[in-house]
Design a protein around this ligand. Structure first.
Ligand code: SAM
Length: 213
């Protein structure tokens, strides 16, 4: 996701620590305690400007949502959205998803969303793809046994790679769609990228999978 460099972003994040939590590892194993309820915990990796997580938090007001976004100039747009709607069931982390296991405990998460993740098409960058086995191992540890990974993308190469990588890892697919919008799923919340690509008539691919322990 491209974003204009925003020199004020770092300060804005520091001023909004009620939404962008600093030092998230302090909540390891205590996310339900933090949200003061026992509701399902959803994690979005690569939240971007926050349209999906805001929409999901409104659609499921009793569930809890955490979004991780590594780029300061991008996450600030998500902070603004959450702030404006005063959503108390969403928190954001300005972190790299490389080390999720220091932030969340085993079996702590119900759903993981990978929305329009960077495809990293060059072979030498395979390790950076969010469906590389290193990441799948983290998801397997963090998800509850009945938990699921939901991946949406416009990128056919990344979708095919993810199907192969996840299948080899032992994931079981609950859904594989080559044209999500044809399904007319009324529960689908669109991301910024999804809206952009769908408007151009491009198919959106979606898979839903669980990862046996
Ligand atoms: N999910 C949004 C959407 O669908 O509109 C944004 C998609 S954008 C292509 C991918 C986002 O993932 C970017 O904002 C990028 O900064 C973020 N990202 C990529 N790798 C990441 C990582 N390792 N940890 C956290 N965020 C990451």
């Amino acid at each position: 996701m491209r974003a204009r460099y925003k020199p004020w972003a770092a300060d804005f994040i520091k001023e909004n620590t009620d939404i962008v939590l600093p030092e998230p590892s302090q909540y390891f194993g205590k996310w339900r305690e933090y949200f003061s309820n026992d509701a399902p915990l959803h994690l979005e990796i690569g939240t971007g400007k926050g349209q999906f997580i805001k929409g999901m938090a409104k659609q499921y007001p009793n569930d809890n949502f955490v979004g991780i976004e590594i780029v300061e100039s991008i996450i600030v747009s998500a902070v603004q959205k959450i702030k404006k709607k005063q959503l108390s069931n969403v928190r954001l982390l300005n972190e790299d998803a490389m080390d999720l296991t220091s932030i969340f405990a085993e079996n702590e998460i119900d759903m993981i969303y990978l929305n329009f993740s960077d495809p990293w098409p060059k072979n030498r960058h395979e390790k950076r793809r969010l469906t590389f086995p290193y990441f799948l191992k983290q998801y397997q540890q963090l998800l509850k046994p009945e938990g699921k990974v939901v991946l949406k993308t416009d990128n056919r190469g990344f979708f095919e790679y993810s199907l192969a990588s996840m299948s080899q890892y032992g994931c079981i697919f609950d859904e594989v769609s080559l044209d999500l919008h044809e399904l007319e799923d009324p529960t689908n919340v669109m991301t910024e990228y999804e809206e952009k690509f769908a408007a151009k008539g491009q198919p959106i691919y979606r898979l839903i999978a669980h990862i046996p322990k």
